[in-house]
Design a protein around this ligand. Structure first.
Ligand code: NAD
Length: 487
């Protein structure tokens, strides 16, 4: 059971897709696990004129509880209240404050407030301002703001957004979500790196040959066309999830496992990303768009997508973190839509033995693979002797595949992140400086693409991207370990 928390949640965008798919089910799990008990309430706000009863039904439907849990679910949903609200209307904030104060007294919450901004970032500034000016923030408890991605579309707009929130909420109270940081296997990166002397000793440019990160999606643009057209894969996936993984993989050892120390080292790693000139962007980054194949239509034929759209649905790149331990180690990254499988995976390839006493038998490369999803798994490829007479080498691997009663059940990322935010622990949320350095890196690529007519490659739906993404590695004598065929 978790430590019970007292909190009033105010969810802006309470009728939205994210709230229904992720936030309500995650809060319910925390409720069932004892993190939330009686002293909590949730106000959902959005434009639609819903009643509390209707909202509570939406919430119980969203958590999709089985019969055995129905009573729990009804009890849980009774803590939910709905307030119709237009974020630009000052009057509405007064009604919201009155409801918040009433619920605070009713549930004896003690003034702790969590403001979850699950709506378009263009509203964040006005919401933050009104929360302060209409005194919805309290003086007796904490006041934390959780904000969703995208956090800006470049460094300039992210700075503007950050300033708009920062005028009313100090950095320590701003929890920027990158849901990858709530994933079990992403959190395992630090456990593996800093909990094992074996890996600590080898985790540097003397022993690591190259790193590969793949975040592939099988889905196409689906119903997010409007947003995606203005974003593209680089902004949507590289600036946040991929660079966060890069930071965890390349940061120096923190002084302790604490928010302050971990974030400091992550910031330093992101600051050390090698910035590319336009010519280097052309040589090291590839953008591409999916085309019709395997019964699926191409990106330009999707609804609400311009027939001459130049938005990239795939990006692959080679980057470097120029710190003491990683300078010179190529980090290959790729992400895209309509690829052959949905998979998030990291491969860390170690250098081969300097000499091979078994020659002419070849030695396989040691590769540590951290599979984030669909299944959470870590495996390490090693060379062993084949059982029997003689001395024949074969490749094998050591496995870690955590299960409970034969099944792999991890808490949903949002559930873990909610629990952290309730505990006031921002370790797994991105600090402003992490966001800022990530955008500066991404801006250099985006600007080069915008100012020069570098190729926009094509790839058929169901493939693993354009041939150019394979050539990027082949040029260095490497290949992607993940081929898109694995089960
Ligand atoms: P959505 O369009 O489904 O919901 C938006 C919500 O905002 C709705 O509740 C709507 O009523 C409300 N809203 C819009 N304008 C308003 C106004 N003027 N006043 C009051 N309420 C208003 O969007 P979503 O998919 O839930 O996403 C919300 C945010 O989370 C976005 O910033 C999105 O980028 C981010 N996000 C979503 C997902 C996801 O899986 N859906 C994943 C990552 C990030």
């Amino acid at each position: 059971m978790g430590t019970e928390q007292r909190a009033l949640f105010i969810i802006f965008g309470g009728t939205g897709d994210l709230a229904k798919r992720k936030l309500y089910p995650s809060l319910f799990n925390l409720y069932r696990k004892g993190f939330l008990n009686e002293n909590f309430a949730v106000i959902g706000t959005a434009r639609r004129p819903w009643t509390d009863e209707y909202f509570q039904k939406v919430v119980t439907d969203a958590i999709n509880s089985e019969d055995a849990l129905a009573e729990d679910a009804t009890q849980f949903a009774s803590h939910f209240y709905y307030q119709s609200h237009n974020v630009n209307d000052t009057e509405h904030y007064i009604t919201l404050r009155n409801l918040a104060d009433k619920l605070d007294r009713k549930y004896e919450i003690g003034g702790n407030r969590m403001f979850y901004l699950a709506m378009s970032p263009r509203f964040f500034g006005t919401i933050a301002e009104h929360l302060k000016s209409q005194k919805i923030v309290t003086s007796e408890g904490y006041n934390r703001v959780i904000v969703e991605k995208p956090f800006g579309r470049d460094f300039a707009s992210a700075t503007e957004l950050n300033d708009a929130i920062g005028r009313y909420f100090p950095e320590k109270d701003v929890f920027r979500i990158d849901h990858y940081l709530g994933k079990e296997m992403v959190q395992n990166i630090l456990a593996v790196r800093f909990g094992n002397n074996l890996f600590r000793a080898l985790w540097n440019n003397r022993y690591i040959d190259n790193i590969q990160i793949t975040l592939s999606e099988a889905l196409g643009v689906e119903e997010r066309a409007g947003y995606y057209e203005t974003a593209g894969a680089l902004r949507d996936m590289v600036q946040n999830h991929i660079l966060q993984i890069v930071a965890l993989l390349t940061m120096n050892m923190p002084a302790s496992y604490s928010e302050e120390d971990i974030r400091r080292e992550k910031i330093y790693a992101l600051k050390s990303l090698k910035k590319y000139t336009p010519a280097q962007v052309q040589a090291n980054f590839i953008r591409a768009q999916y085309t019709a194949a395997n019964g699926q239509r191409g990106y330009r034929e999707e609804e609400k997508i311009a027939s001459d759209s130049a938005t990239e649905t795939f990006v692959a790149g080679k980057l470097f973190v120029d710190n003491e331990n990683f300078s010179g180690v190529p980090i290959y990254v790729r992400t895209g839509k309509r690829l052959s499988q949905k998979r998030s995976r990291i491969d860390i390839a170690f250098k081969t033995m300097p000499t091979n006493i078994f020659a002419p038998q070849p030695l396989g490369q040691n590769v540590l693979t951290i599979n984030i999803e669909p299944e959470g798994k870590i495996f390490l490829q090693i060379n062993v002797k084949q059982v029997g007479q003689g001395f024949t080498l074969k490749k094998s691997h050591l496995d870690f595949f955590p299960t409970s009663n034969g099944k792999q059940v991890f808490p949903e990322a949002y559930e873990k992140l909610f629990a952290d935010a309730l505990a006031g622990d921002a370790t797994n949320f991105t600090h402003w400086e992490e966001v800022a350095y990530s955008w500066k890196f991404v801006d250099a690529i985006r600007t080069a693409w915008d100012q020069h007519d570098y190729a926009l490659e094509e790839y058929p739906c169901g493939s693993m991207g354009p041939v150019a993404a394979d050539k990027l590695l082949a040029r260095d004598g490497h290949k992607w370990f993940y081929t898109g065929q694995e089960h």
